[in-house]
Ligand binder design. Sequence first.
Ligand code: ADE
Ligand code: ZN
Length: 351
Amino acid sequence: MFVPSLWVVSAAIVERGVMEGFIRGLPKVELHLHIEGTLEPEMMFEMAGRNGVTLPFADVDEVRAAYQFSDLQSFLDIYYQGAEVLQTERDFHDLMWAYLSRMAGENLRHAEIFFDPQTHLGRGIGFETFMGGFATAQQNARERLGITTKLIMCFLRHLDGAEAVATIRAAMPFKGAIAAVGLDSGERGNPPERFADAFAMAREAGLRAVAHAGEEGPPAYITGALDVLGAERIDHGVACEQDEALLDRLVASRIPLTMCPLSNVKLRVFDVMEDHNLKRLLDRGVAVTVNSDDPAYFGGYLTDNYLAIQRALDLSRDDLVALARNGIEATFLDDPSKAVLLADLAAYAAG
Ligand code: ADE
Ligand code: ZN
């Protein structure tokens, strides 16, 4: 049996630490982050207490122990339940500020953040409440942390197309604060075509478009999101590998995929991280990016996702820089703002 010497073990530990430091310091952007998915159990309990909500858990350890998922739906059930503690403008502010202030320590430079209005509207909580809370935290992040943000309003795909249309109508007074629309929630059996009208209205109003597709659903949902919804980025997209023509199209068009490694293992899209197709897609020329999805539920924020995929697939520093660069290029920032981030990344990689 091979027994590694103390020296080999120590060198491996040092190398891990160096890689972690490199990833932590990389100038990064995040493009696939559900703000409701950053609700840590401690905050869940705090908000439940001040809002008089009774949680079906005795303490934070019990909450964390419940985070064992068999698929996307098993996660969504617990995720929508958790979101019920979010009630006041202060709650939405605190949630957004907790995420952004934490990410300042990971050299996050820019984030395009999903929110699910229908989860809140359905409980009688209006746009002015969550948009007001988000706006204050976003402004503070820009001024105090140097982190810029954009908001992406998602439609829940387990609800019908008419409800999505009503949601985009209700959002119109706030459209100046919203960069794009997206599509999330349970994918299986909920194809993108049902949301064509809502996306058309959003695009007519000048909003950009992205969509979750090919997380658990087939590659046809990716094609549908591109052709019918006008999606400019695909969230997840792991299923694209099953369709050669689609792969060729993604490579030629450089349509970005916002991949979320820890999410995919936690929700059993891949059994183990070593099975993830991120590196194969990167090598093939797809514009792959790394993101955290719902970090409070999936065991890690952005740096953790980079680290997990680096270790499992033995990514090089060049791979990591390419992933960070793909992220910057895939943002909805204007070209001068992208150029600043790209120059910072180049300087970091060279140093
Ligand atoms: N909502 C929050 N996280 C999601 C995910 N990974 N897929 C679809 N909808 C979501
Ligand atoms: Zn997601």
